[in-house]
Design a protein around this ligand. Structure first.
Ligand code: C2O
Ligand code: CU
Length: 456
């Protein structure tokens, strides 16, 4: 049997997982980055040797309450240095977990204590930010839920992690890291998509309301997901509540993005509710849940919006500082030259340095920030995709929104920009420090698509 996503059609879903939830809020938790063995592929295949937090993939679901603190000790039992980035959390800069910028990488045998403020409730995640294209592909990521002080009214609160794996025929991680063909195209795209639902209900009852917290931690794959037998609303994107919940339809989840949905079970007694993935060659069942007629018998009214997080929304006017961020390079991109480590190079020399993408003409992290901002300053950025590939642009330490012709878009921390698109975003630079701004296709980031901003 060949290991392809086709096997999912046979109804193979999530592996059964022990409940593993760590309360990070009060006393704190320890996460040990180490090798582990996980049943990723269907049970006919061997376990996969991974690098995971506590040896698990996804890592333990960390949970804390808004305005509490997240205290976490990272212990490194891997052969490579590592660090944890708290993706989407508006933390103090020193806790952002970016080696070489906010901390030293944690060496083998070492540890680092994170202590993060939690101004926002929502669905976030954590992942390695050291050699991340390899370390995240090996499994160094996990979900992070910050609860609202008043829990919204749902029957099940489920974390749904959908990850793309590139595996060998015997279900081991394919050691093809850093191949120039992947780097210069759509990245390291895998051959097996795995879903993990935590905690996983055995059955659902008709009219139950679920909160589904979708996360795409894949290094490079853009997912198109949907539900069947479940009907509901998009409540939040990238951890930030929508002002008005929107009806849930099939949706795109780029690497690093999250989507919170409230869905009611509309499948009938004896039917199944499903989470599906759409691909060019068909629709695949990722997971399914038998539905019984028992339980809440009456449908509930539409949910009110989740309480807003205390993000200051940027208001961009004619006097707002405005920069263009040109994305260039990659296969079929026609890039001739770019600056790398302060030197102007031909495309050929860039490639021999493993670089193939530029942001604002520069590949890799420049010595000087791409933008230097006063604290509290508003910046408008036009993201210009002059490449033949989509890019999931992510800003650390802040949430931005899109300036659309029809008004401000939702707050996000990662925005997918399609080839030849121009997208306008704006944010208030209210978090002092040095913050990365990069493509979350981690293969692209490795091959040049990263820069940084400095907030005084
Ligand atoms: Cu998800 Cu630079 O991070
Ligand atoms: Cu990219």
């Amino acid at each position: 049997m060949r290991l392809t996503r086709r096997t999912l059609l046979a109804g193979l879903g999530a592996t059964t997982l022990l409940p593993r939830m760590a309360q990070a809020g009060t006393g704190g938790v320890t996460l040990t980055a180490r090798e582990g063995r996980v049943q990723v592929a269907p049970s006919a295949y061997p376990e996969t040797t991974v690098w995971g937090f506590d040896g698990q993939v996804p890592g333990p679901l960390l949970r804390a309450t808004q305005n509490d603190r997240l205290r976490c000790r990272l212990v490194n039992d891997l052969s490579q240095p590592t660090a944890i980035h708290w993706h989407g959390l508006r933390v103090e800069n020193a806790m952002d977990g970016v080696p070489g910028m906010t901390q030293d990488p944690v060496p083998t045998g070492g540890h680092f204590d994170y202590d993060c403020r939690l101004p926002d409730a929502g669905t976030f995640w954590y992942h390695s930010h050291n050699q991340s294209a390899e370390q995240v592909a090996r499994g160094l990521f996990g979900p992070l839920v910050i609860d609202e002080p008043d829990a919204p009214d749902v029957d099940h609160d489920l974390m749904v992690v959908v990850n793309d794996w590139r595996m060998t025929e015997d279900a081991q991680i394919h050691e093809s890291f850093g191949q120039m063909h992947d780097l210069s195209h759509g990245g390291r795209i895998g051959n097996y998509v795995h879903i993990d639902v935590t905690p996983r209900p055995e059955t659902l009852n008709r009219n139950q309301r679920l909160r589904l917290r979708f996360l795409n931690p894949s290094t490079d794959r853009i997912l198109q997901l949907g539900v069947i037998g479940l009907t509901g609303w998009v409540m939040a994107l990238d951890g930030m509540p929508l002002e008005t919940p929107a009806p849930l339809a099939d949706f795109i989840l780029a690497p690093a993005q999250r989507l919170d949905a409230f869905v009611d079970v509309t499948a009938g007694d004896g039917e199944t509710a499903m989470i599906v993935q759409h691909e060019r060659d068909g629709t695949f069942v990722l997971d399914e849940f038998p539905v019984t007629g028992a339980g809440t018998s009456r449908p509930r009214p539409a949910p009110p919006a989740l309480p807003p997080n205390p993000v200051i929304r940027a208001v961009a006017g004619p006097d707002t500082r405005h920069l263009r961020m040109e994305m260039e390079g990659g296969a079929m991109g026609g890039l001739r030259e770019g600056t790398y480590k302060g030197r102007k190079m031909s495309m050929r020399d860039l490639v021999s340095n493993g670089q193939v993408w530029t942001l604002g003409g520069v590949a890799g992290l420049p010595d000087d920030p791409w933008a230097q901002l006063e604290r509290g300053e508003t910046l408008r950025v036009t993201l210009v995709n002059n490449t033949a590939f989509p890019h999931a642009m992510h800003l650390h330490g802040h949430h931005f929104h899109e300036l659309r012709p029809d008004g401000p878009g939702p707050l996000r921390d990662t925005l997918l920009v399609m080839p030849s698109e121009e997208r306008d975003i704006a944010f208030v630079a209210d978090n002092p420090g040095n913050w990365l701004f990069h493509c979350h296709m981690l293969s692209h980031q490795t091959a040049g698509m990263k820069t940084w901003i400095k907030v005084a």
